[in-house]
Design a protein around this ligand. Structure first.
Ligand SMILES: [Zn+2]
Length: 653
């Protein structure tokens, strides 16, 4: 899943991180307390959920829920610690109108826990065997609140917002079934299936049924729906565990893909088969929203994934390369994250805290394989893949935060998302750097294995050995740090414990680039921005603007607002601060070309760069002493060395 607020331009990972960029604002008071022990028994009876999602204008989702109960104290909870988000992101602010009644219609008093806003406590009177709950999920109208998941032509339902579950039971031990009403004529996709013997199609009122299944499966199986829909089979007909791509768009044009574009998505499935050598799902459903209105997301599930990209994904294929790593990333999570799960992230209930000590595998290796499967499947070119890698490497190289904050420490980031939503100094504070930095760590390991084994072994062998076991097993198989070390040793005997610890715990300056060097390439800078980066930086939203981080140290929004001032950069040294507005460059009104020209003109120092900044109603002029010209990252071959990077990115036969 998801990662932390990208305040910088370009890298593709930041797009898939967007989900984490918009976590719910929830006070983190409860997780410090030990969770109550879970019952070893299944919850007696079935939780039945009825969801009406037809109010598209007001974005009100009406929920009605029944569950069997016993007399006595009862605590109902909104899920808090969400798999894939790795943190306590349940959002109580989006639930309203809660009424709890007995079967006979008598209203019962409930009390929210004083410090745990997701827990509702009540007393079930004697003689009452079933409760009925009603509430609304207030689907956001602005991203200030949370992700936009309902638009006039798209709807994404995450069941964790739509269910109150009884505390004290494992999610796998709570049986559920769902009735869902969607607007008439809309089509839906989810990894959930209709009840045995029931049609998957809706009735005349638009109601459809799913389940029965466990609460765990329900919450792990979100649903996308809309009127503009296309189903694309990514496997040949008759596949035992088929993979399907479900496209939803704002308009029919958004989902009109060419055969070649779809073939690249089919190749992704084949290349993943060759890499992992197993499938750990009964069927796999890619849910892909192609929209400029639906909020970005990339969230992994065991038998599906939620993905959202901009409306040009297929239509402007030449410009969407930066988004095409999303599906390879989320699909890789079916192996790395969902099937093989770090033991300290594998919790039985949403009330139990997670610990992310191995996120550098869960997210880091997924980033690595996602980024390699993208060119392997033809979803991007080798050049685009290198440009993406160059941006990640350069961003880390420029992030002074490595001086004080280790890669290992960044894995605690998900537990304070709520406070880390927006950062003034991301290059110093760091964020979910366990995505891109671990990607470099795994490149280091891969190239080391290739070098030491004379090209006979590689990290592909690790993937096969670690994720390819027990083909068809769906239940998660947990692992520890020691298991990672042990499997690496079967691929190539080496002091992997020291290798990993050193890279996890050490500090900068600079990025860990040994793997890049061993791959036959080095990070360099050009005065021309790559096509890949230009299209990324030009996207609407927070990446939009001018990326001058690698020269003066600024990322500037389209309106001149300074999104980021790099710590220890020339702009930083001149006293420039984030969120100020850049009004003028050398006494002329700011525009992107003017500033770029001024930076180029000052190469060598002949034409000092003066910036007029506005901070509220204060204006000030600063002189930035930077003489290095325009600088944009790129990868350059190291002559006379083997080109291992191209080997790693080449499709597996
Ligand atoms: Zn991920």
């Amino acid at each position: 899943m998801p990662a932390i607020p990208p305040t910088t331009a370009a890298p593709s990972k930041q797009r898939r991180s967007l989900l984490l960029a918009l976590p719910s604002l929830y006070a983190l008071s409860a997780w410090a307390q030990p969770a109550a022990p879970l019952s070893s028994k299944p919850y007696p009876g079935r939780l039945e959920l009825e969801v009406d999602a037809t109010d598209l204008q007001r974005r009100l989702v009406q929920v009605s829920q029944t569950l069997p109960v016993r007399p006595g104290p009862l605590t109902l909870r909104l899920p808090q610690w969400l798999p894939g988000e790795h943190g306590p992101n349940g959002n109580p602010a989006l639930l309203a109108g809660l009424v709890i009644e007995t079967d006979a219609g008598a209203r019962l008093a409930w009390q929210r826990d004083a410090i745990d806003a997701l827990a509702f406590r009540l007393q079930v009177p004697a003689g009452v065997g079933r409760l009925r709950l009603r509430f609304q999920h207030l689907s956001p109208h602005s991203e200030e609140q949370d992700r936009i998941t309902i638009t006039p032509s798209l709807l994404g339902l995450q069941w964790n917002n739509l269910v109150l579950y009884p505390e004290g039971y494992a999610a796998a031990a709570i049986d559920t079934a769902v009735r869902l009403r969607l607007p008439l004529g809309w089509q839906a996709a989810t990894a959930l299936r209709a009840p045995e013997g029931q049609p998957a199609t809706p009735d005349a009122q638009g109601w459809r049924q799913f389940g029965p299944c466990s609460l765990e499966q329900l919450i792990d199986s979100p649903l996308f729906a809309g009127p503009h829909y296309r189903r694309v089979d990514l496997d040949p007909p008759g596949a035992a565990r088929p993979v399907v791509l479900h496209l939803f768009g704002d308009t029919p044009a958004d989902i009109a893909a060419t055969p070649a574009q779809l073939d690249a998505h089919r190749a992704l499935v084949q290349q993943a088969d060759r890499l992992y050598g197993s499938r750990h799902y009964r069927h796999y459903d890619f849910l892909l929203a192609i929209s400029d209105r639906f909020s970005g997301i990339g969230l992994e599930h065991h038998e599906s994934s939620e993905n959202a990209v901009r409306s040009g994904y297929f239509r402007d294929w030449d410009k969407s390369a930066g988004e095409r790593g999303l599906l390879p990333h989320e699909y890789s999570h079916s192996w790395c994250g969902k099937f093989r799960r770090p033991a300290d992230l594998l919790t039985a209930s949403y009330e139990q805290p997670m610990r992310g000590s191995l996120l550098w595998v869960y997210e880091g290796m997924t980033t690595y394989w996602g980024d390699m499967l993208t060119p392997r499947s033809g979803l991007c070119t080798l050049e685009q893949a290198r440009d993406s890698l160059a941006y990640d490497a350069a961003t880390l190289e420029a992030r002074r935060g490595r001086l004080w904050r280790s890669l290992q420490d960044t894995t605690t980031e998900p537990v304070f998302y709520a406070q880390a939503r927006f950062k003034d100094w991301p290059s110093w504070q760091r964020s979910a750097d366990y995505y891109p930095e671990s990607m470099l760590l795994w490149l280091d390991a891969d190239t080391l294995i290739r070098e030491r084994s004379g090209g006979r072994r590689s990290l592909d062998d690790f993937a096969h050995a670690f994720f390819g076991v027990q083909d068809g097993r769906i239940t998660p198989l947990p692992y520890t740090f020691d298991d990672v070390v042990a499997t690496l040793n079967t691929v190539l005997p080496h002091d992997w414990r020291a290798f990993l610890r050193e890279r996890l715990d050490r500090h900068g300056p600079g990025a860990p680039l040994d793997g890049l060097t061993r791959s036959g390439w080095r990070l360099a800078y050009s005065d021309r921005e790559s096509e890949f980066a230009r299209h990324e930086a030009g996207k609407p939203g927070r990446h939009e603007g001018q990326d001058l981080r690698f020269s003066v140290g600024l990322h500037i929004g389209k309106d001149g607002r300074l999104h980021e001032v790099l710590w220890d950069s020339p702009a930083f040294a001149a006293g420039v601060a984030p969120q100020a507005k850049l009004v003028a460059v050398n006494q002329r009104a700011y525009d992107a070309d003017l500033l770029a020209d001024a930076i180029a003109a000052n190469t060598g120092g002949q034409a000092p760069l003066q910036l007029l900044l506005r901070d509220g109603d204060h204006f000030r002029t600063v002189t930035v002493d930077y003489r290095g010209g325009l600088r944009y990252p790129q990868l350059v071959r190291i002559d006379g060395t083997p080109d291992r990077l191209s080997e790693i990115m080449a499709p597996r036969a």
